[in-house]
Design a protein around this ligand. Sequence first.
Ligand SMILES: Cc1ncc(COP(=O)(O)O)c(C=O)c1O
Length: 448
Amino acid sequence: MTVSSAASASVPALPPQPLTAADLSHDRDFARALDASDTLAPLRARFALPTLRPDLIYFVGNSLGPMPHAVRALMQEELDDWAHFGVAGHMGARRPWFSYHEQLRAPLARLVGALEHEVVAMNTLTVNLHLMLTTFYRPEGRRAKLLVEKGAFPSDTYAVMTHVAARGLDPEVEVIELAPREGEWTLREEDVEARIAALGDTLALAMLPGVQYRTGQAFDLARLTRAVHAVGARCGWDLAHAAGNIDLALHASQCDFAVWCSYKYVNSGPGAVAGAFIHDRNVRDLDLPRHGGWWGNDPDTRFRMEPRFAPVARADAWSLSNPPILSTLPLIASLAEFDRAGIAQLRAKSVRMTALLEYRLREIPSVEIITPTASWQRGAQLSLLIGKNAHARYEAFKAAGLMCDYRESGRGVAGEGIVRLAPAPLFNTFDEVWRAAEIVRDVCTRTA
Ligand SMILES: Cc1ncc(COP(=O)(O)O)c(C=O)c1O
């Protein structure tokens, strides 16, 4: 299977309209009717949904997406090619290993709204974050501040802090952590803009989340990038929870870089090869400082084995080593499923699923949804505060067949935790949304 052959499979018609409160219903037949008219419903059969129990509701695609069935056959082909060709597979394999990552450019670009030469599949997320910080965090004189969100995913915080320290600067001084207002869960974009403006010419780089992992809040990339550029700084995004979840327009957003992992909504398997975006204006600048490796060298001269690094004018220039074929391969299968559906279609279904979930959960007394209500301020995920015995309730959800996850609330309140539910439009159903809400209601009523 090639990516282009998968992409040519039937593409559904125009995205359905979002559901409004007036359209919604608690009736199970309503959810079933939505499934019956869902043109994307056949895609569910293309995934190996976990079989831990027959009635399992897998709402953790925001953590680890399920395996596309197509991976098995592709993996077998790859193993057969390795066995048959040995080193000659670099050029002779069905998907030659020399240029393996290149076949992912087009589907990755479609996934994140980029030009093909702006994206590359390489490494893993935190590694890519360090590579991008090397290039785009350029402290000079008083312009040395690095703005991040407070309560970011720990790996991002560790990366930023250690990176700044490795540059010989004091992270306690240079890293600015932006928190929501007292008593609020999510950041207001006008507050982020105000902080950026206040930092002014001291700001070197802002590194923000496309979708916040704990609250599910989605940010307006173009708006905040504009604010960062207005003070002469650079702007990068961690899209771990955004890629494959919301429809992104990275090129148009003008952001300098973005990084994401592929094992969540992109369904490419544990530790799968991650992705990076570097804006066209930056990939053209061959003088940008960066870490170099032979796979970032122009492929036309790579095998001349010359001592001088000649970066290619593509995002590939940031890749270091020859691609890990076996952990890149699932991306081929998974991105083909995105192409089959179309990200706009998926997003439209996702908005409807999350709207139905929110509508059903909102009526449960001890449940507080901390994810924003507006569809453009969130992706698939809803984050719930579920009272003081949150962990016990979470265990009860799982025992009833609802696979979701639990995160500390981060507020240090005893017993308080956040349960995240993420119905994914590629493989979840509206009826599962209905059933999930039923489980939450039953458990919360029983343990009130
Ligand atoms: C927001 C965010 N950043 C960083 C990471 C770390 O990713 P990796 O282990 O692929 O580097 C994760 C992992 O879940 C994440 O959710």
